[in-house]
Design a protein around this ligand. Structure first.
Ligand code: DOR
Ligand code: ZN
Length: 343
């Protein structure tokens, strides 16, 4: 197959940051995707509807006038989030979900939730107002091995949460383990998962190939090969509760190549082309469109996009670095050959 035409895809998990960083990354996503769920972990975090609407305005002002890219906003859940804010979020028509970061789990999560019980009234409001809960599914207990944090989260936090909030739609973001894939596959209709390109392309050896590789460091951390295979299998299974979410998380090169490097992999540059390569490699190119363009919209209760995009089979080299504000950024797959190109 030499060309592939798909319904224009959506990215259901995207970090675009703010200010000059946003200016340097936003067009990459707008070129490929019709809509994106915008993560709220700015500093300070996006905790109110008014902040989310202002943030959306700033994103829109970075886009050319003829762009139809639609940023779908989220709120950052804190123990202070009020039920009224959820009500307002629903009324705004622009805020689709609330992001739950266990405090300390990842980049800019300090203001996240320590005790889930404290936010039960907010979760009830989400359930009632039919907004989604997006979950960074890792426990933060430093005694738990970093490679086990997703599995332990599923057992100790997510399973009881689903039991208690039976009508709440939950997305377990950026799944990285066989446990997560199995759990979602067997879980209720209210549970879905996003899958990133890095968790399908790389296993944990990629963190240490010939030395320490900070540009492969993200959270959840890359896992062993059996988990990578399980994630590829889930994404390409045709199961409607697995869909595309890049978790593209830009950090300047200097912030990653440091004695305490930031977590996050920048994949927005050519995400859909990477996903096409992964699905082709798995022999499941015919399932890319549903994963990238249908299932996420269906789970969120959004209309599917009308427009299409066309990818062509062509080898090209992903740049080793890209300009990024006053620094550079290293894209996922830097220097490697990509087999698909978006027209
Ligand atoms: O690797 C990550 N980077 N994981 C996250 O959960 C957050 C993200 C970021 O914001 O940089
Ligand atoms: Zn993220």
């Amino acid at each position: 197959m030499q060309t592939l035409t798909l319904t224009r895809p959506d990215d259901f998990h995207l970090h675009v940051r703010d200010g000059k960083v946003m200016e340097s990354v936003i067009m990459a996503s707008a070129r490929q995707f019709a809509r994106a769920i915008i993560m709220p972990n700015l500093t300070p975090p996006v905790v109110t509807v008014s902040q989310a609407l202002d943030y959306r305005q700033r994103i829109m002002s970075c886009l050319p006038g003829d762009s139809s890219f639609n940023p779908l906003m989220t709120l950052y859940l804190t123990e202070e989030t009020s039920v009224e804010e959820i009500q307002q979020a629903r009324e705004s028509g622009m805020v689709y979900a609330v992001k739950y970061y266990p405090a300390g789990a990842t980049t800019n999560s300090e203001n996240g939730v320590r005790s889930l019980q404290r936010v039960y009234p907010v979760l009830e409001a989400l359930e009632e107002k039919k907004l989604l809960l997006l979950v960074h599914g890792e426990v933060t207990d430093p005694a738990v091995d970093i490679f086990d944090r997703e599995q332990v989260f599923i057992e100790t936090v997510l399973a009881p949460l689903l039991e208690r909030f039976k009508g709440l739609r939950i997305v377990l973001e950026h799944i990285s383990t066989r446990h997560a894939a199995d759990f979602v596959m067997q879980g209720p209709e209210t549970l879905a998962a996003t899958i990133t390109p890095q968790h399908m392309l790389l296993n944990r050896n990629a963190l240490f190939v010939g030395g320490l590789r900070p540009h492969h460091y993200c959270l959840p951390i890359l896992k062993a090969e059996e988990h990578r295979l399980a994630i590829v299998k889930a994404a390409t299974s045709g199961h409607p509760r697995f869909f595309l979410g890049t978790d593209s998380a830009p950090h300047a090169r200097a912030r990653k190549e440091s004695d305490c490097g930031c977590a996050g992999i920048y994949s927005a540059f050519n995400a859909i082309e990477l996903y096409a390569g992964i699905f082709e490699q798995a022999g499941k190119l015919d399932r890319l469109e549903a994963f990238a363009s249908h299932y996420g919209a269906d789970f969120y209760g959004l209309p599917r996009n009308q427009e299409t995009i066309t990818l062509t089979r062509e080898d090209w080299q992903i740049p080793a670095t890209l300009p990024f504000v006053e620094d550079e950024i290293i894209p996922l797959g830097a220097g490697e050959v990509c087999h698909w190109i978006l027209q």
